[in-house]
Design a protein around this ligand. Sequence first.
Ligand code: SF4
Length: 333
Amino acid sequence: MDPMLNLEVDMYGCPNRCLHCWLGHMPNKQLPDETDKFIVDYFRPFFGRIAYYSWMREPDFCDSYRERWFRDIAVSVNAVPQRFELAGFRRIARDDAYIPFLKEVGVRKVQLTLFGLDETQDRYVGRKGAFGEVMLATRRLIQGGIVPRWQCFINEENIREIGEVYALYKQIRAESCPEMEFFVHEGSCDGENRKLYPIRICKKHIPDSLISAYLGYDELLEEKDCAEILLGSGSHPDYRIEGAVTLNISNTLDAYLNFTHLSAPWRVGSLDADSPETLYRRLETGDIPALRLAKQVTWKEIARRYSDAGSERAFSLDDYKMYLFNRYLEDNI
Ligand code: SF4
């Protein structure tokens, strides 16, 4: 197995409850600072390089975010955690010291997520005032010399508003930030986002005006096309651990493969209850429920049971496979 391990640990939680959250919703809980050392030491005998992240959900959610970031770097082994052009928009809107910190640690662009305007944004983020915060965060980033990138999730419910968000983006770009970026997509169909399946965008409903800003538009299929491809496939789902390993560690110290949301079939084990040797053996041999069950079924069988061959909902083939496979796992675990 590759000697590189990324550990993404939910040490502080998240202020939001986004309706599209692919990780899935879970309670917030603060883990003691020393948990970082326990977790790194747990894996250290097996991996020569470990990048430690004290967040899996909202970055920099804890008030001591500066100290915390440098502690993440210090506790990592022969590796440096990355920033991924992410930051907490709630903090950008509230904390004057935050943008200088982001610049200090080399952040030049920050991605902000939008689902629509005003109440729609608040409802999708799960917090009143979220739309105002994203607008304020956008202004503050531009003033602070960091380029905002707006990511929009589109579905059947918010088509018109995403068009208005796109117009707003163009206005801000023209008036104050020529480098500002924008893209729109349908999102995956796991975690909380799967609950939005009934209102998933149909490819034919994507407005022409958004196609040039649509991520992966040319590869986007309708569900019926995905179903047809899979109904003709006698191969097994081919999820495997390759290259650097990334584990999501919940605030209950359970380790999950990061392929999809945190759920029982993707759980590798418990850092509390299982020995490091046991957990490593499971990773090395693929002895994880989802990977075991994948060998017992073909795409044809999964598609026959779960796909809607008349649906025009938009999917990338990989997202569709994960959507179907998770449904299969839930019925067979
Ligand atoms: S999508 Fe990100 S910000 Fe939203 S609830 Fe999930 S972890 Fe939190």
